[in-house]
Design a protein around this ligand. Structure first.
Ligand SMILES: Cc1cc2nc3c(=O)[nH]c(=O)nc-3n(C[C@H](O)[C@H](O)[C@H](O)COP(=O)(O)OP(=O)(O)OC[C@H]3O[C@@H](n4cnc5c(N)ncnc54)[C@H](O)[C@@H]3O)c2cc1C
Length: 338
C-alpha cells in the first residue's frame, strides 16, 4: 500500500455531495509539484457524509490515493469538526504539502488547521512551484500588489497553501488512472462537543450574469471616481451583453453591487473574450484575476500604469472623456444594425 507520508495533499471541497471545480484544479497543480519533487505522490482528502462515491471522481484528475472521512457530523461544513478531523489526519499521515481552495470554507479551514498544527499557511497564492533547491515556493502578491513575493516554510511541516478557485486550469480527465481509496475513521469526533451546529446551506445566486461566465467584462477601478460615472460602466456592460467587474477600492467605495463583482486574488478569476478596464492601475492582486482574458483594453490617464503591460490595447486618456462618446458610438452602431 502506498504511504501518504510526505505526499502532496489536496483537501477536496464538496457541497451537498458535489465536488467543487477548484478541487480538480488543485489536483493538477499537486501533480506538477509531486513531479517536481515536492512530495511522494498526490493524495486527496474528502470529508462529508454519504460521500464515498466522490473518491472515484478525484482519481481521474490526478489523485493517487483518496482518504475518505464519511461521518454524519460532517454532513455540512462546520469549522471546528472539519478542523479536528483534518488536524488528526495530518498528524497521523504527515503530508509534506497541503493545498486548499481559498473559498470561504477553505480559507477558514486552512487557517484553523495551520494554527492548530503550528505551521505556516500562505493564503491566496497566485502560483506554486518547487525551486531548484527543492523548496516549495508559494507566490503571493505583496506590498499592495506591486510585487510578487516568494514564501517558503523551511522549518515546519506540512507546508500549507490556499489558492483562489479558477486560478489553475483543470487538468484533462484520465479515466484510465488507477488510485487507491482509503476509508478513514473520525474517532476524534467521538465525544467531541461543539458550541456550533450547521443547519443548512443557503446559496443565493448573484443577480444578473455571473462575472466568470460573461464573454465581455467591463471593469472599473478607483479612477472611475464616482457612482455617477460608474453608471456609465454599467450601461456599457449592458450594451455589450457583458458583466461589470471591479477592483478592491471601487468595491470599498460602494460603487458596485457586492463582493461577487470583485476580480483578483480575493475575488473572481475571469477569462472573458473581451476585458475593458477603466481607471485600474494594474496591481498584481487584480491582474492575477484577469490576465488570461482574450483581448484586454485599458483606459488610464497615466501612461506608466502597470495595467498597460498586460493590455493588448491601451488608451491613455481621462476615462470621463472616453466613456460617453464610446457609449454613444456603440448605441448608434446597434441602432443601425452594424
Ligand atoms: C491581501 C490583499 C488582497 C487584495 N485583493 C484584491 C483583489 O482581489 N482585487 C483587487 O482589485 N484588489 C485587491 N487588493 C488591492 C490591490 O492591491 C490594489 O490596491 C487595487 O487593485 C488597486 O485598485 P485600482 O487599480 O482600482 O486603484 P489604484 O491603484 O488607485 O489605481 C487607480 C488608477 O486609475 C487611474 N485614473 C485615475 N483617474 C483617472 C481618470 N480620470 N481616467 C483614467 N484613469 C484614471 C490612475 O492613473 C490609477 O492608475 C488586495 C490587497 C491586499 C493587501
Amino acid at each position: 500500500m502506498q504511504k501518504s507520508k510526505g505526499a502532496v495533499w489536496v483537501v477536496a471541497e464538496q457541497i451537498e455531495g458535489k465536488l467543487a471545480e477548484a478541487s480538480f484544479e488543485l489536483l493538477g497543480k499537486a501533480g506538477e509539484l509531486a513531479a517536481q519533487g515536492g512530495g511522494a505522490g498526490v493524495v486527496s482528502v474528502v470529508m462529508g457524509s454519504g460521500i464515498g462515491a466522490l473518491a472515484e471522481e478525484l482519481i481521474p484528475y490526478g489523485a493517487d490515493r483518496v482518504l475518505v472521512i464519511d461521518h454524519p457530523r460532517l454532513t455540512l461544513y462546520q469549522n471546528d469538526t472539519y478542523a479536528a478531523v483534518l488536524e488528526d489526519l495530518i498528524r497521523r499521515e504527515l503530508p509534506e504539502i497541503v493545498l486548499f481552495s481559498a473559498s470561504y470554507c477553505g480559507s477558514e479551514l486552512s487557517a484553523t488547521v495551520a494554527a492548530k498544527l503550528g505551521t505556516g499557511l500562505a493564503a491566496h497564492c497566485v502560483d506554486l512551484h518547487i525551486n531548484e533547491q527543492g523548496e516549495f515556493v508559494q507566490v503571493v502578491p505583496a506590498f499592495g500588489g506591486r510585487v510578487l513575493g516568494d514564501i517558503l516554510c523551511p522549518n515546519h511541516r506540512p507546508q500549507m497553501a490556499s489558492v483562489k478557485p479558477g486560478l489553475f486550469a483543470k487538468p484533462a480527465k484520465d479515466a484510465t488512472r488507477i488510485g487507491e481509496v482509503v476509508k478513514e475513521t473520525a474517532a476524534v469526533l467521538d465525544g467531541f462537543s461543539s458550541p456550533l451546529k450547521a443547519l443548512r446551506v443557503v446559496q443565493e445566486p448573484p443577480p444578473g450574469l455571473p462575472l466568470e461566465q460573461a464573454d465581455v467584462v467591463v471593469a472599473g477601478g478607483w479612477g472611475v471616481g464616482s457612482a455617477e460615472t460608474w453608471q456609465l460602466l454599467e450601461e456599457l456592460a449592458s450594451e455589450l451583453g457583458g458583466a461589470v467587474g471591479c477592483t478592491r477600492p471601487a468595491l470599498d467605495e460602494g460603487w458596485t453591487e457586492g463582493e461577487h463583482t470583485m476580480i483578483g486574488t480575493s475575488g473572481k478569476t475571469v477569462r472573458p473574450r473581451l476585458y475593458i478596464g477603466f481607471g485600474i492601475s494594474g496591481a498584481a492582486h487584480h491582474v492575477v484575476g484577469m490576465k488570461d482574458s482574450g483581448v484586454v483594453i485599458s483606459v488610464n490617464n497615466d501612461s506608466q500604469a502597470p495595467i498597460f503591460h498586460v493590455s493588448d490595447y491601451g488608451v491613455v486618456a481621462d476615462l470621463k472623456k472616453i466613456l460617453p462618446p464610446l457609449l454613444e458610438e456603440i448605441k448608434t452602431h446597434k441602432d443601425s444594425g452594424t
